[in-house]
Design a protein around this ligand. Structure first.
Ligand SMILES: [Zn+2]
Length: 459
């Protein structure tokens, strides 16, 4: 369905008010990582509930979790044949202090140089607000929406969505939908709309190696037993092949479905060049799994990284010690075909089998989340694609995402939705860093894109 002109006119006419409201929302420092901001997190949730009410949404509720609540709302009068769309966003933000390198106060929400500056502007308040305003525009001008619409705004995305399962359990299936849209990601450069159809899963491990009952003098006892630091280093060295970059955990690749020729050809058309990746990382040579390009290694291949190693003496000067224990943090990025539980068992088994005599190895799984692969040719995804093309005048590109958003896989599994990531941010908008911003043009067009998405899904 074409979006009625009145809907777009309403958005244009309301621009000043919409921008002022987004500033108001950004000024609430809803930092989820720091308990000192608990009241502000609650205030942001209340602010959204009041705004959803004014927009004409119904069944507006706080869904409790063991942590911060989620805000849900819906409008379900599009008729029995209409599609149901679930929109996910998050109202919590990363911490920010001006001293970290901000030009303006991070919660001032200053408008300057064609952007709104502040923590949470692009991640994710500005993006979720596009959806809310688009729904309001339809309801205020036509009295209805062309789709059944459900909103879920999480309050703990920035601290790993650890309690998102509670949201799904406590809503008892009320979030079921045909399509899930997540607007919490970048476009493919300014003015180039993008749909992200894959996310990688994640397994995170704590590895503890223990040896002698206490730290030992390396003169008195050196040379007669396995030093836990050395045992750990030997074990970790057998996780990845230094020649091929392949993960050496037996069975690691068993379930990986290799990217097809067609997919690889398409990836090549949107890939960042090795030169660009070298510039971004500051290294003069890239390295990874043989047989795949750098962009493919991030987008469609699994990998394993050692995130931290510690043990023994690490202070000033010299201390001749054999440590009693040594530790590492290890994680795997997984593709959608890999089950994080299965992979976690394989990694645990492999590492434990590498234990050296006289040491004990404990591998604890700290977190496990599945990857996502959506069908880019699904008719509902095609509808979203048409809406983006109509808004920006350019066909959206399909891009893979190397990162992980565990709630997306959870919703895909538990609600049976087709997931697609449709973001309005940009990579230079400093998510999670000082000087976060959101282009005013993205906010303006984002609202329009959402209004068109609802229309296209109603077709
Ligand atoms: Zn986010």
């Amino acid at each position: 369905m074409q979006v009625p002109a009145a809907v777009l006119t309403h958005l244009k006419k309301s621009w000043d008010a919409h921008l002022a409201e987004l500033q108001e929302l950004v000024r609430i420092p809803s930092v989820s990582a720091d308990p000192a901001y608990k009241a502000d997190v609650a205030r942001a949730a209340q602010w959204l509930m009041a705004r959803l009410q004014r927009a004409g949404l119904e069944n507006i509720k706080l869904v409790p979790t063991k942590g911060n609540p989620a805000v849900v709302a819906d409008w379900l009068h599009a008729g029995p044949k209409a599609k149901t769309l679930l929109v996910y966003g998050h109202y919590d933000v990363q911490p920010a202090k001006k001293a970290d390198g901000w030009k303006y106060e991070p919660f001032e929400a200053r408008v300057a140089d064609g952007r709104i500056w502040g923590r949470g502007t692009t991640d994710d308040k500005g993006q979720l607000y596009c959806h809310l305003l688009a729904a309001e525009a339809w309801l205020k001008t036509t009295g209805k929406l062309p789709v059944n619409l459900k909103f879920v705004f999480e309050g703990e995305e920035e601290i790993g969505s650890l309690n998102y399962g509670d949201v799904l359990t406590n809503t008892k299936g009320a979030l079921k939908a045909d399509l899930l849209i997540v607007s919490d990601s970048p476009m493919h450069g300014e003015g180039q709309p993008a749909l992200t159809h894959t996310l990688r899963g994640l397994d995170y491990f704590q590895v503890d190696v223990t040896g002698p009952k206490s730290d030992l003098h390396s003169g008195t006892f050196g040379g007669i037993l396995w030093n836990p630091n050395e045992a750990l280093v030997h074990m970790l060295a057998q996780l990845k092949d230094p020649k091929t970059g392949r993960v050496l955990v037996p069975g690691f690749y068993d379930d990986v479905v290799p990217a097809t020729k067609a997919e690889r050809a398409r990836l090549a058309t949107v890939a960042e060049s090795d030169a660009a990746l070298k510039k971004q990382t500051g290294v003069d040579a890239l390295w990874g799994e043989t047989g795949w390009t750098s962009y493919e290694r991030i987008g469609v291949r699994p990998t394993l990284e050692i995130n931290g190693i510690y043990g023994g003496y690490t202070g000033e000067g010299a201390k001749t010690v054999i440590p009693a224990h040594a530790h590492a943090k290890v994680s795997c990025r997984l593709v959608a075909d890999q089950d994080p539980k299965t992979i976690a068992k394989l990694v645990q088994k492999h590492l434990t089998s590498l234990a050296k005599p006289g040491t004990k190895v404990k591998v604890t799984v700290l977190s496990a989340g599945s990857g996502v692969r959506a069908d880019p040719d699904h008719p509902l995804v095609k509808a979203v694609e048409r809406a983006l093309e109509a808004t920006w005048g350019k066909k959206p590109v399909l891009i893979p995402e190397g990162g992980s958003i565990p709630p997306v896989a959870d919703m895909q599994k538990r609600l049976g939705v087709v997931p697609i990531l449709c973001g309005f941010g940009n990579r230079d908008e400093n998510m999670h860093a000082p000087e976060e911003s959101f282009r005013l043009s993205s906010f303006e067009k984002g609202r329009e894109a959402c209004a068109r998405i609802y229309g296209e899904l109603g077709a």
